[in-house]
Design a protein around this ligand. Structure first.
Ligand code: GCW
Length: 658
């Protein structure tokens, strides 16, 4: 096992300096598994640079000891970290715990070897912490190689074939260092070429699995529900048909013969044109269970996405509400899914907008395993051209209590956290160098959903920028730019939870009516009197009734509804007064002026970091900030002008509206 070192690729949060503290010490590693070997290789690699030593003999005095104890009581991925008598000890519950313990020591650096530390138990809150890549093998004519990818091409494929996978090993290393343990390698929209990854191109998946295995990451595959027809030559893909079931059983057996630790399937069915069980008069439990049964003998799971809605609706039809769709389809099926079928729910009821309420599906399926799906790739949050640190949003989602202040949180209810990946073959991995922080924070929040986003940012900064200059200044600047960047983005884009207002197709930049008369179900209903979607039970689509109390009542009432979600739940006049005393129209003007100004301030602050980061990185971020400032201004002026023309209401401060 060699530690991948890439030239021309930014090391992200694992620069060599991150291993300085470990690399200069005497370390004992005990364990004989592929992951223990990885830990040994990591320590040896660090020691080669910093002069420390790696040992395997119990008798001796060590600065750091990493050992296994299945009785440690922290589960197979957990570890107990302590320090006394001059030695730091990681006792892991299983081999994966050894690896995560090592990276915890890396994160702490010198402090891991400082003052005594009473035993601290660490174990992941969510058992699967997964990234979904929307990578295609071929370059798709509309979506490109990575659907909604903003960081170049795929790290797995190039020009229709597999690429050199050295980078995939390095990727696995980064993921393990923030706690991620599963990756789905291909797009959930499974096109013809990618469908074959299940059969005659399975070797390409196996090769990726080989690279990720040393870092404890299992590989999953998005499959096309109609594969028995398209790949198997059967006449049907009916989930209750014996021939179909036998085909999936055989196919899955072959997958496991090739990749014994294969994770399972991911399925987008009856969604945006993908085939599914509806074609055969079956429901989604029938579909998911068929695949679950094929996977069960091998310990695999199916992630079945709840993103099912009518994408061909008539905009004139005010009774159909896309927000309702996932609940309407899935909540009645609660209790019917197999134990190894996981229903994967987007965090909000619509589609990864900058502000949405938490999906009511999460509270509606107590007898189903649930994965919550986030979007790390910034489709609707600036496409990795804008700085938008998303951890504060995710923290809110994970900490949301669907049953009120005394009830459980989303993180308590979900068993897994999944995110759409933001990585491509870009030298910084994520297009925008600062978007690395989103990937890092996602992994860490999946491990410990209670972590503070500002602390996570601090961790990421400390690891990623081992600065020679004044570390305090860089930290300060990055916090100033990033801590509030999600709210800044929210300010200059669609207001008060109404969503969209983006250019159809690519979804970048403002286009207020872009989706208003389309079949996609994403409307704002602005007219001369007011704006917003009436989703109340009293007069609207009834969506508020999908929440348990207290939220069903809170959201139902325009007076109680949180301001930031007002237009998601209500159609209100422009003169409606918000909790802070401003009217809706004035709020729109104020936030858009403020948001664009804050974007400009971010750019100014970044100038001060010039000496503290590598010059190419500084230049890259500066260029992107120029684009963010331009785009924020465009958003400001289009949104303000649109609503000024609709409402005729003057800005109380007399600012320029066109
Ligand atoms: O947000 C939408 C995206 C689609 C994506 C879909 C999904 C992969 O615009 O590109 O398709 O969500 O989540 O399935």
């Amino acid at each position: 096992m060699t530690i991948p070192e890439l030239s021309g690729v930014h090391p992200a949060w694992l620069p060599p300096e991150a291993f300085r503290a470990i690399g200069s010490r005497r370390t004992l590693v005990l364990g004989d598994d592929v992951l223990a070997d990885t830990v040994r290789a990591e320590v040896a690699h660090a020691c080669a640079r910093y002069g420390g030593t790696l040992h395997d003999d119990r008798d001796g005095a060590y600065d750091l000891v990493l050992a296994l104890d299945s009785e440690a009581g922290v589960g197979p991925e957990g570890f107990v970290l302590s320090r006394h008598d001059g030695a730091t000890t990681v006792v892991a519950g299983g081999p994966a715990g050894l690896l995560y313990g090592l990276f915890e020591v890396v994160r702490r650096g010198e402090t891991a070897f400082g003052a005594d530390l009473p035993a601290e138990a660490h174990r992941p809150a969510l058992r699967r912490r997964m990234l979904d890549h929307w990578d295609n093998i071929d370059v798709h004519p509309v979506m490109g190689q990575v659907e909604r990818g903003y960081a170049g091409g795929s790290i797995f494929w190039r020009e229709g074939g597999p690429r050199d996978l050295t980078r995939v090993r390095a990727y696995g290393r980064l993921l393990a260092a923030c706690g991620i343990n599963a990756v789905a390698v291909n797009n959930v929209n499974v096109h013809a070429t990618e469908a074959r990854l299940l059969t005659d191109r399975l070797g390409e998946v196996a090769a990726i699995a080989d690279e990720l295995r040393p870092y404890g990451i299992r590989v999953h595959l998005s499959v096309n529900f109609a594969s028995p027809v398209a790949l198997g030559g059967l006449a049907t893909a009916d989930p209750l048909d014996d021939g179909v079931r036998a085909w999936w059983a055989r196919t899955t057996e072959r997958v496991y013969a090739t990749i014994p630790d294969f994770g399972g399937y991911v399925v987008k069915a009856d969604s945006e044109g993908q085939p599914g069980p509806f074609a055969y008069g079956r429901d989604h439990a029938d579909g998911a269970n068929m695949l679950a049964d094929a996977l069960a003998p091998f310990g695999g799971v199916v992630h079945w996405r709840a993103f099912v809605y009518d994408h061909r609706q008539d905009w004139r039809d005010r009774s159909t509400d896309r927000a309702r769709a996932a609940y309407d389809h899935f909540a009645p099926l609660d209790g019917r899914f197999r134990d190894n079928a996981i229903v994967q729910v987007k965090n909000g009821p619509i589609d990864f907008q900058v502000r949405e309420p938490v999906s009511p599906v999460i509270a509606a399926m107590p007898d189903t395993r649930l994965a919550v799906e986030l979007q790390v790739t910034q489709e609707y949050t600036g496409q990795q051209k804008h700085v938008c640190y998303l951890a504060p949003m995710w923290r809110e989602v994970l900490g949301f209590r669907p049953w009120g202040p005394d009830g459980r949180t989303v993180a308590d209810v979900a068993t897994e956290l999944v995110a759409v990946s933001n990585v491509g073959d870009d030298p910084y991995w994520t297009g925008h160098p600062l978007a690395q922080a989103n990937l890092y924070a996602f992994g860490r929040l999946a491990w410990a959903p209670g972590l503070d986003p500002a602390d996570l940012l601090d961790e990421w900064i400390g690891l990623t920028f081992p600065v020679a200059g004044d570390p305090g200044r860089l930290r300060r600047i990055l916090h100033e730019i990033m801590d509030g960047s999600w709210r800044t983005y929210e300010r200059y884009t669609a207001p008060l939870g109404v969503g969209f207002m983006v250019r159809p197709g690519h979804h970048y930049g403002p286009d207020v009516d872009g989706y208003e008369y389309t079949p996609w179900g994403t409307y704002h209903f602005a007219d001369r009197d007011g704006v917003g979607v009436d989703r109340t039970r009293a007069t609207g689509t009834g969506f508020t009734g999908q929440y348990p109390k207290p939220w069903s009542d809170v959201y139902e009432s325009p007076a109680k509804c949180p301001d930031e979600l007002l237009l998601f739940f209500h159609h209100v006049p422009y003169g409606h007064v918000l909790h802070d005393g401003t009217t809706v129209i004035q709020h729109i003007y104020d936030t858009h002026f403020a948001g664009a100004e804050q974007a400009a301030a971010m750019r100014d602050r970044w100038e001060k970091a010039a000496g503290d980061v590598p010059p190419e990185l500084h230049a890259r971020v500066r260029e992107l900030l120029d684009e963010q400032v331009r785009s924020a201004r465009e958003w400001r002026d289009q949104i303000n002008t649109y609503f000024f023309r609709k409402s005729g209401a003057a800005d109380a401060h007399g600012r320029r509206i066109y």
